[in-house]
Design a binder for this molecule. Structure first.
Ligand SMILES: Cc1cc2nc3c(=O)[nH]c(=O)nc-3n(C[C@H](O)[C@H](O)[C@H](O)COP(=O)(O)O)c2cc1C
Length: 404
């Protein structure tokens, strides 16, 4: 699968190797655009990268000509994957602090694409505790670190700090996609809240932001899965490469799911679907008098339960958000709704969960329980998709063995 790759180049001797990296990535069908730091331009000219990438090179954040087109935002949107090679000690320090003081760091902050750093520096710079602390912090926030390699260095010394070879970097990029058991599989993911209208201006909804579902959709897309994201109203941008179906109410979500889930391999229900809706949806704005002191409600269809009744059914993975007795409620919900896996998260007066950027979950199947620590949702999504790929690989292997 070809990808749109943004190659960031920062200031180090190894910058010349990235010219070859661009050539190799293009030979494999990837579209490559390049953004350079100011220091990088002292090592290799933007013109060289423009010639090998076939695109203008992003160099300046505060450039009147390019900024009219909001270069940092358009590059952030372009990228399926950001790779910074070489990554200097300096750019890692800036990224670890969330700085956005040049084009490349601003793009990284504005992008939801996975970011891999390929460090290259003198071995003492690499081993310096400050650099190591930055590396740890970057990992915590979901950055991948590829390398460095050990060997002779440009400064004449020997040690850990060499840039990985261009071919190794290409393999790191492509391994992520082709190795996943989810590659080529169809995954239907629901996300966000639903809105249940009472009248033209009012609705019943919940606190779901959709962040977890969108992050899962993005991580699955990056594993080469064909993702259909069915989402209630959120403030988020759908991930590139996913088929996006926008819905508002639980009834619309139910209909969209039943339409798309038939030939899917996995159904991942991350939406916070309203359990009930107002029985009346008035065409006119209701008044205190017309509503009175009680509201008649109707129970909405249970989407996961409906998917669980299909034959054949996809592998079903649901979420359980509970304020108490999380494990027992999650385990019984899994059985009741014929789910294969349930991902349980505590909500209410805890860190993480609804509307937060962080989350911690427990995953239950009939056979096992796995805990995922509190971490950024984007990072957790990658871990969960990795886990789901592993589970799916095991499950489908067993069912083919049973058929034989
Ligand atoms: C000749 C020369 C080679 C350098 N090589 C490296 C290097 O390999 N790795 C590194 O982290 N910094 C290296 N530096 C230092 C960086 O260029 C410097 O920290 C710069 O501020 C990095 O800016 P940037 O991160 O915005 O690209 C080198 C500096 C010079 C003068």
């Amino acid at each position: 699968m070809s990808q749109s790759i943004l190659l960031g180049v920062s200031g180090g001797i190894a910058a010349y190797k990235s010219v070859d990296l661009v050539r190799r990535l293009r030979e494999r069908g990837h579209t490559v655009r390049v953004a350079m730091t100011q220091s990088a331009q002292s090592f290799v000219t933007p013109l060289t990268f423009q010639a090998v990438s076939g695109h203008p090179v992003g160099c300046d954040l505060l450039d009147a000509a390019t900024e009219a087109a909001m270069d940092h935002i358009s590059l952030a949107r372009f990228a399926d994957q950001i790779v910074i090679a070489p990554a200097s000690a300096d750019i890692m320090a800036r990224l670890a602090q969330g700085m956005a003081n040049d084009l490349l760091t601003a793009v990284c902050l504005a992008s939801t694409a996975p970011i891999a750093l390929v460090p290259a520096m003198n071995h003492r710079m690499w081993h310096n505790p400050l650099t190591q602390a930055n590396v740890q912090r970057l990992k915590q926030f979901g950055f991948a670190i590829w390398g460095p390699a050990e060997g002779a260095q440009a400064c004449g010394e020997y040690g850990l700090g060499r840039l990985l070879e261009p071919e190794e970097i290409v393999q790191c990029i492509e391994k992520k996609i082709s190795n996943s058991p989810l590659h080529g599989k169809t995954i239907v993911i629901t996300a966000g809240p639903t809105r249940e209208p009472l009248d033209p201006v009012r609705f019943i909804s919940n606190r779901s932001s959709g962040k977890m579902g969108y992050a899962l959709a993005q991580a699955a897309t990056q594993c080469g899965a064909k993702v259909i994201l069915i989402s209630g109203p959120t403030a988020l941008t759908p991930p590139k490469g996913a088929q996006f179906v926008s819905v508002e109410t639980a009834l619309e979500m139910h209909q969209a799911v039943m339409q798309h889930v038939q030939n899917s391999d996995i159904f991942l229900g991350a939406a916070a679907v309203a359990d009930f809706r107002p029985s009346e949806n008035s065409t006119q704005k209701s008044t205190k008098q017309s509503v009175g002191s009680s509201l008649a409600i109707t129970v909405n269809p249970d989407i996961i339960h409906a998917v669980g009744q299909l034959n054949p059914k996809p592998v079903i993975i649901g979420f359980a958000a509970q304020t108490e007795a999380l494990e027992s409620k999650a385990r019984s919900k899994r059985i009741e709704k014929n789910m294969d896996v349930i991902i349980a998260n505590q909500v209410g007066h805890v860190e993480g969960g609804f509307d937060s950027d962080m989350n911690s979950v427990d995953v239950y199947t009939a056979e096992e329980a796995t805990h995922f620590d509190l971490q950024p949702k984007v990072e957790l999504a990658h871990r969960l998709i990795e886990w789901i790929g592993h589970y799916y690989g095991k499950k489908t292997k067993h069912s083919t063995e049973n058929i034989r």
